[in-house]
Design a protein around this ligand. Structure first.
Ligand code: NDP
Length: 489
């Protein structure tokens, strides 16, 4: 592990591990024990200034580097990630509380994303444009924005780091990344590997600090050219207001309340394990978590019974025991989820399994038992708001129209999953989904390379994931040329 230890109370600015200007630090806690495992720098506005200045200095050189060379550096970065999967996974698993195998899976995804953009870096092209007469020539040219701010939350920090940083760098931008101070270790370790892969000083800077301090300083900074924000819808609104000050383009990836819509002809042997995984993976702390189960009334009782039995069998424990599910990430998250657990029964939902904070055995951590509430009404907070915990809300429907109305019945529009063996119905319902992503007979995007991480409604707007992300991090310049006659020599 020593190879990728994170220096105490430091941040990465201009290629060097530096303390905060005022020496401030923040503790990083292990959610399974609530003990401090690390401290990182507490960046404030002055540190953000240093990071942005470093990124600005590095920007012209990086933009002028050949795209193939940028791709080669990213490929070395991907290879180093592959060679350090265990250490990276340990950082992320301890930090977030996810089982070791979950951390490891995240690192394979992380490596794959960097590898994808390594290959894409020199395939970004403009177009030549038709002209009215042969005396003109017109073309477009994709250009980097310059300095990009990237702000991410704590739930899947490694994947979210590279999903934004890798396309930004591939397209020729420099970056100032602010991970959540709750889970900054894997982003720091990734940035260190990027440095070793050959990213020049200042091309990727990482500052850790509180949202109201470092986050606000970064999004309001006058020398930022583009902002990517991943986090809650509430903070997303604040980020957009900040971006408006300097008219900076924004990419927002926000919350979700994703439904699994199960029709009576679904293959339940495939659907039920996937539904359980969709709300217990990472203890339900995923933006795309399958937090709503919408099920056709004729099979509702048996589906609820089978899902509840599977949820009750989930083994919970600290990351290094590598069971099925870990604790929630923080005291604040624990209290938030318990608030929903306390409120739902009095609002009329029927508790089927879970409900109470888990575990005599794991009293030290922020554990919550996998929970199923049936007879949830669309007006309840549980049906509408993001819980960000292993809590499933079940609603029944009769017929396609009611299924579609429920599916689209929240302010969010991230992912909708449709379970049916009728392909025509699947495609019709997919077409009616007000969601950026749809999965049929699976949860999420397995099996598809470069699946665009799109969203609609209050889940945000972005063209993340896949080749479109490269476009997200470029601005297009259009050039019109008049071809003048010259007397021949
Ligand atoms: P927050 O919105 O609270 O925080 C996200 C990041 O923004 C953190 O780094 C935070 O710093 C920072 N921040 C907080 N306030 C501000 C501010 N005023 N200006 C700038 N930055 C700020 O989200 P959570 O950390 O609670 O993360 C969970 C949320 O993220 C969920 O809603 C989830 O759905 C969403 N998410 C969305 C994804 C997607 O792709 N759509 C993927 C993963 C998660 P600090 O930690 O110090 O507060």
């Amino acid at each position: 592990m020593a190879d990728l230890d994170i220096p105490t109370a430091r941040q990465l600015i201009d290629g060097a591990w530096t303390a905060a200007a005022d020496g401030g630090e923040l503790p990083v806690l292990d959610p399974a024990t609530r003990e401090t495992i690390q401290s990182v720098a507490r960046a404030r506005a002055v540190d953000v200034d240093h990071a942005v200045a470093a990124a600005r200095r590095a920007a012209p050189g990086w933009a002028a580097t050949s795209p193939s060379e940028r791709g080669a550096i990213l490929r070395r970065w991907a290879d180093l990630i592959g060679a350090h999967v265990e250490q990276l996974a340990e950082h992320e698993s301890r930090d977030v509380g996810k089982p070791r195998s979950g951390g490891r899976l995240n690192m394979y995804i992380t490596q794959g994303i960097v590898d994808y953009f390594a290959g894409a870096a020199d395939k970004l092209t403009g177009v030549t444009l038709p002209t009215r007469t042969p005396d003109y020539f017109g073309y477009t040219r994709p250009e980097p924005y310059g300095v990009c701010a990237v702000i991410i939350p704590w739930n899947v920090p490694a994947v979210l780091t590279v999903a934004n940083v890798a396309p930004a760098l591939a397209a020729g931008n420099t970056v100032v990344l602010k991970p959540s101070e709750i889970a900054p270790l894997s982003p720091f370790a990734l940035a260190e590997l990027g440095r070793r892969a050959g990213l020049p000083p200042g091309v990727l800077n990482v500052v850790t600090g509180l949202g109201p301090e470092a986050g606000v300083a970064l999004t309001g900074h006058p020398d930022i050219d583009h902002i990517s924000f991943v986090g809650s819808t509430v903070t997303g609104r604040a980020v957009m207001r900040a971006a408006a000050q300097h008219l900076v383009p924004v990419k927002l990836e926000l919350g979700g309340k994703s439904p699994n819509v199960v029709f009576a002809d679904a293959d339940l042997d495939v659907a039920i394990p996937a539904i359980i995984a969709s709300i217990t993976e990472n203890a339900g702390q995923n933006c795309y978590a399958g937090s709503r189960l919408l099920v056709e009334e004729s099979i509702r009782a048996q589906v609820v019974e089978r899902v509840a039995a599977g949820m009750a069998a989930i083994r919970t424990g600290p990351w290094d025991q590598d069971l099925d599910m870990g604790p929630l990430v923080s005291q604040a998250q624990y209290e938030r989820v318990r608030g929903f657990l306390a409120e739902a029964p009095s609002a009329g939902a029927r508790l089927v399994t879970g409900g109470e904070p888990a575990t005599a055995a794991f009293d030290d951590g922020w554990y919550v038992a996998p929970t199923v509430f049936d007879q949830v009404d669309s007006d309840m907070r549980l049906a509408r708001e993001e819980v960000f915990g292993p809590v499933l809300a079940v609603q029944g429907f009769r017929g396609v129209d009611e299924a579609v109305a429920l599916m689209n019945g929240t302010d969010f529009g991230l992912l909708a999953c449709i379970w049916t063996s009728d392909v025509s119905r699947a495609l019709r319902v997919a077409g009616q989904a007000r969601a950026g992503q749809v999965a049929v007979n699976q949860f999420h995007d397995a099996g598809v390379i470069g699946f665009p991480f799109n969203m609609q409604k209050e889940s945000g707007f972005s063209r993340g994931g896949g080749y479109a992300a490269l476009r997200e991090y470029t601005q297009e310049k259009a050039v019109a040329v008049r071809l003048l006659d010259r007397p021949s020599a």
